[in-house]
Design a protein around this ligand. Structure first.
Ligand code: MG
Length: 270
């Protein structure tokens, strides 16, 4: 079921989105060779607590469900390095020069979620790695620009896939964007590619969507590691991941995972 959020509800999601943007900026400022993923996770969780937010990911079981135990996601951030695409578990590994580090943050404020991700290049990286990161960021903005009222959900994936096709990047198909609200993962699913069929549901004002292209320097296939969470490229190729939570307004898409004034699709501050 796809829900449409009221203006007041979108305001609450904007607060959650702001915390997500702050967390990503904080983590970026601390990201350097030698820092551990666990340390970044600790900083993120502390910031969320200080702002009265709750991490969306900690204790997550899937769907709208949370709990304890070995199947629950154990951290506040997902940190995925190099060939890890998404859902990496922060641990004591030290970040190294030349790595691609994808950081996904989710925050709940007053029961409403925000979800956002960015891939960072640590120090100097290979030119093709930097180009992959730039293209994935560009694809996110192209997907957001396509999220206009009256368009269809499929137009988002088509816009994203077009960016990937231009440089023959792999597009991960097993993990997709999603509706978001009082649950982190709501309907509709938002593929990052042209799906078969009529293009899916018409986009309407009040929909809140998390758009999140995942591109690779190789193929589309991914596997889940033995930890039950970490998604890696099957061919070991580098991956990048960018995500924003947006609200559809009468005037078009509005980015919620941002610090400060509303940012629109033409804004480069992703
Ligand atoms: Mg997401």
């Amino acid at each position: 079921m796809v829900t449409r959020k009221s203006r007041q509800e979108i305001e609450k999601m904007r607060r959650a989105g702001r915390v997500v943007a702050e967390v990503l900026a904080l983590v970026e400022s601390e990201l350097r060779p030698g820092v551990t993923a666990a340390r970044l996770d600790e900083l993120a969780e502390r910031h969320m607590q200080a702002t009265g937010a709750v991490p969306s990911f900690k204790g997550y079981l899937g769907g709208c469900r949370y709990g304890r135990g070995p199947r629950a996601f154990p951290a506040s951030l997902c940190i995925s390095i190099d060939d890890e695409v998404v859902h990496g578990i922060p641990d004591g590994r030290e970040i190294r020069e030349g790595q691609l580090v994808s950081i996904d943050a989710g925050a709940i404020v007053d029961g409403w979620h925000g979800d956002g991700a960015r891939t960072f290049a640590v120090g100097g990286v290979a030119p093709e790695a930097k180009a992959l990161v730039d293209a994935t960021r560009l694809a996110l903005m192209a997907g957001i620009a396509a999220a206009q009222p009256g368009n269809r959900i499929g137009d988002i994936g088509a816009a994203i896939e077009d960016v990937a096709l231009s440089a023959r990047y792999g597009v991960v198909r097993q993990f997709v964007g999603h509706g978001i609200g009082t649950c982190m993962h709501e309907d509709p699913q938002i593929p990052n590619f042209r799906a078969r069929g009529d293009g899916g549901r018409v986009i309407e004002p009040g929909m809140c969507l998390a758009i999140e292209p995942m591109f690779t320097l190789g193929g589309d296939d991914v596997d889940v590691e033995a930890d039950g969470w970490t998604v890696v490229t099957r061919d070991g190729a580098l991956a990048a991941h960018f995500e924003h939570t947006i609200a559809i307004t009468e005037d078009g898409p509005e980015i919620l995972t941002t610090v400060g004034a509303p940012a629109f699709a033409g804004d480069r501050s992703v």
